[in-house]
Design a protein around this ligand. Structure first.
Ligand SMILES: Nc1ncnc2c1ncn2[C@@H]1O[C@H](COP(=O)(O)OP(=O)(O)OP(=O)(O)O)[C@@H](O)[C@H]1O
Length: 305
């Protein structure tokens, strides 16, 4: 069976900027696929190509077995000076959803996302999280088989972000295929599969477990008030590849995946400077893995240049 989204060697140039560089990816029916990447990685460009809004410079992208798809763009694109009800009514009219069906869908969807009490409120007067829920409901009015969501939670508060992802998760379990982009690593927890997008190229793809499991480095966490000074000392160790600040802690990355050896080297170097309980081997987070892939990618690009 062919994939629902099949991109092959997809390249998109804007003058000298290569927003996507030879991207190849297959997304299957029924997936909740997360595209993770920082600003400028090429996420929006990929969505525009999938949605058929622009044509690629080279390569191709196919969307198979989809009658209707929904798109929630990065910027709120509904009418701020219309109410929730009016926006949805307009959407239904534009997409030829029969009146009676539109009414029941509007009522069901608004109840589901918790917006039913606000039907007469202007869209412009909604909070960021509520706006995104409205955009989601609007995209679902046409009962799409595929939903594309471009950074739907950027700028939304943490509680609303969580609520929004729970909704996406429910839709996924009901059989909808979802492609969601996000700069937030924690959101990948909800995805069935994910890809890291970095400067127009995919640097890792798979389940969260597989991507983290393939990380070829050991990590040791160090807690200390003296972080900045220790950072320099640890960075000079032969077995250490990188030392970065994660909140109030240091993440010391080894040159190999050998956790006990790295722990011993760090402990020996620190001596009495840090208590035994403040140094420990750490399971890598998705952010650690992303940072490493991104650095590797930059090094490879430098080597080619
Ligand atoms: N229409 C355009 N004209 C010129 N450059 C563009 C255009 N669209 C995107 N770009 C450039 O292509 C690169 C990728 O942009 P894109 O918007 O796809 O990234 P993104 O991952 O969605 O990040 P963001 O969250 O900042 O939008 C950026 O360098 C951007 O400036």
């Amino acid at each position: 069976m062919s994939a629902m989204i099949e991109a092959t060697d997809l390249t998109m140039r804007f003058g000298a900027v290569e927003a996507l560089r030879g991207l190849t990816i297959s997304i299957q029916r029924g997936e909740l696929f997360a595209l993770l990447g920082p600003d400028g990685a090429g996420k929006t460009t990929f969505f525009r190509l999938v949605a058929g809004l622009v044509t690629p410079s080279s390569g191709r992208v196919e969307v198979n077995g989809v009658r209707t798809f929904g798109l929630v763009p990065q910027r709120f694109s509904l009418y701020e000076d219309l109410t929730i009800d009016e926006n949805l009514h307009l959407r239904a009219r534009l997409y030829d959803v029969p009146d009676a069906l539109a009414k029941t869908r509007t009522a069901d969807l608004l109840a589901r996302v918790g917006l039913d009490r606000f039907r007469t409120r202007l869209a412009g007067a909604l909070s960021g999280g509520m706006k995104q829920k409205l955009a989601l409901v609007s995209a679902l009015m046409t009962q799409p088989e595929l939903l594309l969501l471009d950074e739907p939670t950027t700028g939304v508060d943490p509680v609303s972000r969580r609520e929004f992802w729970i909704l996406l998760n429910q839709l996924h379990h009901e059989g909808l295929t979802l492609l969601v982009s996000t700069p937030y690593m924690d959101e990948a927890e909800y995805a069935s599969r994910l890809a890291f997008l970095d400067r127009g190229q995919i640097t890792a793809i798979g389940t969260r477990e597989a991507i983290v499991g393939d990380y070829p480095r050991a990590l040791v966490e160090v807690r200390s008030h003296d972080r900045m000074q220790l950072r320099r000392r640890l960075a000079a160790l032969p077995g250490v590849d990188d030392v970065s600040l994660f909140g109030t802690r240091l993440h010391v990355r080894g040159r190999t995946g050998e956790g006990p050896a790295l722990l011993a080297e760090v402990r020996q170097a620190l001596g009495d400077a840090v208590g035994a309980g403040d140094v420990r081997v750490l399971a890598p987070s998705l952010e650690d893995v992303f940072v490493w892939h991104s650095e590797q990618h930059a090094r490879e690009a430098e080597a080619v240049a």
